[in-house]
Design a protein around this ligand. Structure first.
Ligand SMILES: [Zn+2]
Ligand SMILES: [Zn+2]
Length: 137
């Protein structure tokens, strides 16, 4: 039995629950994920396509489908937060890791970097950038 965990968007209008039963965790450095996230990479968990129960705000979930690649993104139409989406193949549910509380993701589930050939040269790949607990003064 897997534990049920809850996630949602930043504005709080969209929420969902799913079983912590993941079969993949990928940090995707492809050019599309960089542009969609505005960051170095997407962080996506994968689980069974039917492993989700929407608790609130499902009507606020918007989807973007790339016109030429098998690529989609779901987001809250109020606050823009990334949300779970069934992949184009219909066989899996993509769950943005940041849409779940960090402590709810099983510690033994280690992410893998994918599309590394496209990674941004400015990405702190050796984790050597200065660490600050808040915005530096
Ligand atoms: Zn929202
Ligand atoms: Zn990607």
């Amino acid at each position: 039995m897997s534990n049920s965990i809850s996630g949602g968007c930043l504005c709080g209008k969209v929420s969902f629950s799913l079983k912590a039963d993941f079969n993949g965790f990928y940090f995707c450095h492809c050019d599309q994920c960089k542009q969609l996230t505005g960051s170095a990479h997407a962080s996506n968990l994968f689980t069974a396509a039917d492993n989700i129960q929407w608790l609130s705000g499902h009507d606020l979930v918007s989807n973007f489908y790339h016109p030429s690649r098998r690529f989609s993104k779901a987001f809250c139409s109020e606050c823009g937060s990334a949300l779970p989406v069934v992949t184009d193949s219909g066989r899996a549910l993509l769950v943005p890791a940041g849409s779940l509380p960090a402590e709810s993701i099983p510690a033994e589930l280690k992410g893998q970097h994918i599309y590394w050939a496209e990674h941004a040269h400015w990405y702190d790949s050796d984790n050597s950038a200065k660490k600050c607990d808040a915005f530096p003064q």
